[in-house]
Design a protein around this ligand. Structure first.
Ligand code: ATP
Length: 304
């Protein structure tokens, strides 16, 4: 039985049908990436799941039963990490956690606070939260969410306001969390999802377009994309490639030249054409499709 099962969730805000029947399931001890563009319906789904918002239709089961947040037990079982956490600036991290632990009715408060502070590596920081970086605040927010030894951690875009260092720290923490908990991880940053998620659900305009595990995704969605470097610069090569029949798309990114072919066999024509023009090929290799490639492809298929 999955830990979380959402079935046919619908929500309308006035004229906007924000959720059109979202269904997904999350297994125990996996990091489930809930991915989609801004406005796709991620926060609305999470807010309904957490009882911050009422649903219009649909069913949500946690461990096979409807969630009831009036039961304190659920407040401990499900931890929540928002995109930008807010804490009273005049408290220290330890004080923030003590207040939260008391609210959750946790026993052995000192021991638990020490444990979660050490997990997020804030145990030696004595200053008040008002002087924390965003990354430190996010780590404190994760520590707070872990106080009740949650079975599930719900994270809504937890890295969206962070710099690269803060982002990496949070991703590393999430990876380590998998040993003890399950993570419902919402993000529009595909690079993050690719680094940490075991399964993903792709939401667009209030609908799940794809739900799969990352390994299957990589195997099934083989995209005929390639990288090439040669005696000409990428900018000189780009127009030459664009003229070749069967070359669908050519772009230049931080790793160099990337192009997509209609089918694998077209690579011979590409190489022959360049060689005939006197170009010396330095390297030619298949590019592994990124989650972003897949994302764009699935959105395309759905629009077609
Ligand atoms: P983001 O990453 O920008 O938060 P999201 O995927 O979380 O995006 P939602 O915030 O769930 O998306 O929004 C889904 C749709 O519902 C959007 O069209 C949004 O404008 C609309 N919406 C969300 N909350 C409300 C509200 N309280 N009133 C009216 N419309 C809303």
């Amino acid at each position: 039985m999955p830990l979380v099962k959402i079935d046919g969730l619908k929500k309308r805000f006035g004229d906007i049908q924000a959720l059109k029947g979202v269904s997904l399931s999350i297994n125990r001890n996996e990091i489930y990436g809930f991915i989609g563009k801004n406005g796709a319906g991620k926060t609305t789904t999470l807010n309904i799941f957490l009882s911050f918002l009422r649903k219009d239709e649909g069913e949500i089961l946690f461990d096979g039963k409807p969630i009831d947040f009036t039961n304190t037990n659920y407040k401990q079982k499900i931890g929540y990490v928002p995109d930008v956490p807010a804490f009273p600036p005049y408290l220290t991290a330890r004080e923030v956690l003590r207040v939260a632990a008391e609210f959750l009715g946790i026993e052995n408060i000192d021991e638990k606070v020490d444990e979660v502070l050490a997990f997020v590596e804030l145990q030696n920081i004595k200053r008040k939260v008002g002087g924390f970086s965003r990354g430190m605040k996010q780590r404190l927010s994760i520590a707070q969410a872990l106080l009740g030894d949650p079975v599930l951690l719900v994270m809504d875009e937890p890295t969206s306001a962070l710099d690269p260092v803060g982002r990496r720290e949070v991703l590393n923490l999430v990876r380590r969390l998998k040993q003890s908990t399950t993570v419902f991880y919402s993000t529009h940053i595909l690079d993050d999802a690719e680094k940490i998620c075991d399964r993903i659900g792709l939401i667009d305009q209030g609908e799940i377009l794809l739900e799969t595990d990352m390994k299957t995704l990589r195997k099934k969605r083989h995209i005929a994309a390639y990288r090439l470097s040669a005696s000409l610069s990428d900018n000189e090569l780009k127009p030459l490639l664009e003229e070749i029949d069967g070359v669908l798309d050519v772009s230049i990114d931080e790793q160099g030249l990337l192009f997509v072919l209609d089918e694998e066999r077209t690579q011979n024509r590409v190489l022959q054409t360049l060689i005939d023009k006197g170009v010396l090929i330095h390297s030619f290799r298949e590019a592994t499709p990124s989650l972003e490639d897949v994302f764009v492809e699935v959105l395309h298929e759905n629009a077609a």
